[in-house]
Design a protein around this ligand. Structure first.
Ligand code: HEM
Length: 149
């Protein structure tokens, strides 16, 4: 089922982004790209800020994937109301997360904001996981339908 694959890909990319974010934070390169929304060299990646550049690029891709997942979840006649709501919460969170990412930089990595950024990333992951588990269940039940000859 297309939606199962889409939700899984989105789940994977959100996980990868949390991983990259953790690396940005722990390696202390959070302010290597002090401008917003682009880094000092615009769209050109440079080794001085490559990790933060990568975090932002993957964040933009994640945004597109989360919105695509919401779009197809809302369009599907088989997904439950709670799954549709989870996909909408995920879309809201990804927008919030991108705005919060900008504030984290403007506020020079304020500890509370960075912690909120981590927490919102985790809730985003849970919402996409919920969508994935539901659509996987639907596609499994399609496979298990009895065949009457
Ligand atoms: C869906 C989007 C995003 C997710 C899920 C995400 C997730 C994360 C996570 C999990 C961390 C690690 C936090 C920690 O270790 O406590 C992080 C760090 C960071 N993120 Fe994001 N992020 C997203 C988008 C952005 C965007 C658009 C920016 C824009 C500039 C950004 C800027 C940062 C910065 C600067 C740090 C490092 C903070 C530090 O040095 O302590 N993030 N991100």
């Amino acid at each position: 089922m297309f939606l199962t694959r889409l939700a899984f890909t989105t789940l994977f990319i959100v996980f990868a982004l949390i991983f990259i974010g953790g690396y940005v934070s722990s390696s202390g390169v959070g302010l290597s790209c002090p401008d917003w929304p682009l880094c000092p060299a615009g769209l050109v990646p440079m080794k001085e800020f490559i990790i933060e550049y990568f975090h932002r690029t993957v964040a933009a891709t994640t945004g597109i994937m989360v919105f695509a997942t919401m779009f197809f979840t809302l369009r599907s006649k088989e997904t439950s109301k709670s799954t549709k709501i989870a996909s909408m919460i995920a879309a809201g969170l990804v927008v919030g997360q991108i705005i919060l990412g900008a504030i984290v930089i403007v506020e020079k990595l304020h500890a509370l904001l960075v912690t909120m950024h981590l927490g919102m990333g985790l809730i985003l992951f849970i919402m996409i996981l919920t969508v994935f588990l539901d659509v996987r269940q639907i596609s499994k039940s399609h496979l298990q339908k009895p065949v009457y000859l």
